[in-house]
Design a protein around this ligand. Structure first.
Ligand code: HEC
Ligand code: HEC
Length: 315
């Protein structure tokens, strides 16, 4: 008690100091930081149940861990939620490429009847009701918040999700110890015997192209992919070649999540017709079989493991 009496001036001084200290100004947040905040905001779904991050999980390179994701009312999507990395510079989005820009893409899930079930009008109303959002949007865009500006901020956030500094990058920069011998052999299989590099060839191991690897038979596998956009017969069963950065984090695989593991993916490529015998329009590169030995499969697997970067999974 005596001590308390002695130090009371200290409390007073602290109180006076606090009242003059600058309050941290949240409107200083950058556009990407605001986009990140919106990405996690459940007010984007009709019943306030889910945000973008509920289907694009940060710990899994912003992909989902199930073949199909659950929407705001628990109904499931018809395609697998892809990772959201290396999106800047892509010419189109979605497995079938139906969206031409990130700003446009964001508006799709918001209004999708299974995913978030909103109208842009309702979203704008909710954003305007948030004093903090109003302050930030006025300061940064000179306008009240609306759905299109929110899409702009989210797109800015998504453009920061770039991968890098994976073991394969260090190896390519000359550090020969960055990957194992098995992975080095796997890299050769990827480019030569496995023919993977024919389609997965940019630094992100994607190609901004649409290909049919044979997961469409018009029966149980009936997603026609790119055809649904172009209506051209030659596009039947074609999907955008996905990037393979962080691929060990993004299971399950393919547009329909039909392979739970990378081993299953490799087995598929080893002999596609053994898994889907009646595919329509399968790319001729995948005719026949690769005849990979179990060692070669393990090597290819080791190579795919070197594509994981430290930064991209959690942002
Ligand atoms: C209910 C789950 C769900 C929610 C919620 C959701 N997504 Fe998705 N997202 C998906 C699925 C499934 C796809 C693939 C759809 C397709 O290709 O037809 C996808 C695709 C994408 C793509 C395309 C990626 C690429 O490589 O082409 C982006 C970008 C994206 N979502 C961002 C978002 C943003 C931003 C939000 C929030 C506004 C969001 N998603 C909300 C499930 C979801
Ligand atoms: C003819 C072009 C082509 C070749 C050759 C090819 N791929 Fe693919 N790859 C694709 C396409 C297109 C998809 C998406 C297919 C789909 O969802 O229906 C894909 C999907 C994948 C996926 C799943 C990625 C994800 O996020 O779901 C992996 C892993 C993969 N390929 C690895 C390989 C490996 C390893 C090889 C070589 C053994 C290979 N690819 C050869 C075009 C190709």
């Amino acid at each position: 008690m005596r001590l308390l009496i002695k130090i009371w001036p200290l409390f007073v001084c602290t109180a006076i100091w606090l009242s003059f200290a600058p309050v941290p100004d949240f409107t200083d947040m950058s556009e990407a930081e605001m986009g990140r905040k919106l990405f996690f905001d459940k007010r984007f779904s009709k019943n306030y149940n889910i945000s973008c991050a509920d289907c694009h999980l940060p710990t899994y390179a912003f992909s989902d861990t199930t073949a199909f994701s659950k929407g705001f009312e628990g109904k499931i999507t018809t395609r697998n939620a892809p990772p959201l990395t290396n999106l800047s510079g892509r010419p189109y989005f979605f497995w079938d490429g139906r969206s031409p820009s990130l700003e446009d893409q964001v508006l799709h899930p918001i209004q999708h009847p299974v995913e978030m079930g909103m109208t842009l009008k309702e979203l704008t109303k909710r954003l305007k009701a948030d004093k903090f959002y109003v302050k930030w949007f006025k300061k940064h865009y000179g306008k009240l918040p609306d759905a299109n500006l929110a899409a702009r901020a989210i797109a800015a956030f998504e453009r920061t999700l770039e991968t890098g500094n994976a073991p394969i990058d260090r190896f390519m920069e000359g550090d020969s110890t960055a990957i194992s011998f098995s992975a080095m052999r796997g890299r050769e299989i990827f480019t030569e015997k496995g023919k993977c590099f024919e389609c997965h060839f940019t630094p992100d191991f994607t190609a901004d192209e649409f290909k049919n690897i044979g997961l469409f038979n018009g029966k149980n596998l009936n997603d026609s992919g790119r055809f649904s956009v172009t209506k051209k017969t030659e596009d039947m069963g074609k999907f955008r070649v996905p990037g393979l950065r962080n691929v060990i984090l993004t299971a399950p695989y393919m547009h329909n999540g039909m392979f739970k593991t990378l081993e299953q993916v490799i087995d598929y490529y080893n002999e596609p017709a053994a898994v889907v015998p009646n595919a329509i329009n399968r790319d001729t590169l995948l005719n026949g079989r690769l005849n990979l030995s179990s060692q070669e499969k393990a090597d290819l697997m080791a190579f795919l493991q070197t594509l994981t970067s430290a930064s991209a999974s959690r942002k």
